[in-house]
Design a protein around this ligand. Structure first.
Ligand code: DAK
Length: 258
């Protein structure tokens, strides 16, 4: 693929947006390639976690491609919307854990991709913003919905209405970034976290992800009912038996992913 690269290190996939001339701006082709890679990763049982990042040291992704959007009509805008939402939905709901390694600008559609990831790790030079209303549009890749769920309605409104950029420390302070690390340590940090997650019972991790996602969409009693059902299901798995027996026998577990 031309603009999005996939590499696999043991059981972790790294998806890298690589369009340096435009600071990794997201045109239709970039979104299509992200979707194709994520679909391939989701179908691969060997992969337990995904890191999404941008090539180079300056940008994760500086937003949707303004040079493309300026010429687009309503139907083309709708097509772009489908691509943005499909990318975000995959990151959010695929069974593998998704980690955004944010190296520089994560603006507009780039920021929205990070919002759809399960975990955001910011390099010290990361900058987040949703500049869309300054361009006469609104965040259209889930930003109006996901940002407020992560940082609260008041802060989300301020960021979207003002288009202000925030740095990595501010992103951490308001709960947008899980951690801030030196830029040169970003990928190692994310890889270590991905491998730690991959060492756990992966079916349980994916069920936990699904249950937490449910909490964002349903009332508390419905979410707790779902949690109980899912926990019951996990009691039928090999990994539950193995994990508990390994603890009692004081040895490392050998998980089989179900
Ligand atoms: N699109 C196209 N090209 C971009 C770009 C972008 N978003 N961002 C940067 N570039 C290009 C620049 O045009 C420049 O190209 P050349 O002139 O060299 O050919 C090159 O990247 C380097 O950029 P700069 O020269 O501007 O670099 P600086 O260091 O001076 O500034 C910057 C870096 C990131 C602050 C600046 O480039 C910038 O402000 N970029 C635009 C940021 C932005 O506004 N992004 C948000 C776009 S709106 C939708 C769903 C989602 C969306 C829309 C619709 N639907 C559902 C329909 C999402 C919208 C957005 O993301």
């Amino acid at each position: 693929m031309e603009f999005v690269k996939l590499s696999i290190q043991e059981n972790v996939a790294v998806v890298t947006i690589d369009r340096p001339k435009s600071l990794n701006a997201l045109n239709n082709q970039v979104y299509e390639e992200i979707i194709a890679h994520l679909e391939a990763v989701e179908a691969n049982d060997q992969i337990k976690a995904v890191i999404l990042t941008g090539a180079g040291s300056k940008a994760f992704a500086a937003g949707a491609d303004i040079a493309q959007m300026v010429h687009q009509n309503a139907m083309e805008g709708r097509h772009l919307a489908r691509l943005c939402h499909r990318s975000a939905d995959l990151l959010e709901t695929m069974r593998q854990v998704t980690i955004a390694a944010v190296n520089g600008y994560a603006l507009g559609g780039g920021c929205e991709l990070t919002l759809a990831c399960d975990i955001r790790i910011a390099a010290e030079n990361a900058r987040f913003a949703l500049p869309e209303v300054g361009l006469g549009i609104i965040p259209g890749g889930g930003g109006t919905q996901r940002l407020s769920r992560i940082i609260g309605v008041g802060r989300a409104k301020e960021l979207i209405f003002t288009c202000d950029q925030i740095d990595a420390q501010e992103a951490w302070r308001i709960g947008l970034a899980n951690h801030v690390v030196p830029q040169e340590e970003l990928m190692d940090y994310c890889m270590a976290m991905a491998k730690k997650i991959a060492s756990k019972a992966s079916y349980a991790v994916s069920i936990a992800k699904s249950a937490i996602n449910t909490s964002q969409n349903v009332d508390l009693p419905s979410g707790c009912t779902r949690e109980q059902d899912l926990l019951g299901l996990l009691f039928a798995t090999h990994d539950k038996q193995e994990g508990m027996e390994a603890f009692l026998e004081r040895r490392a577990p050998h998980f089989t992913d179900f």
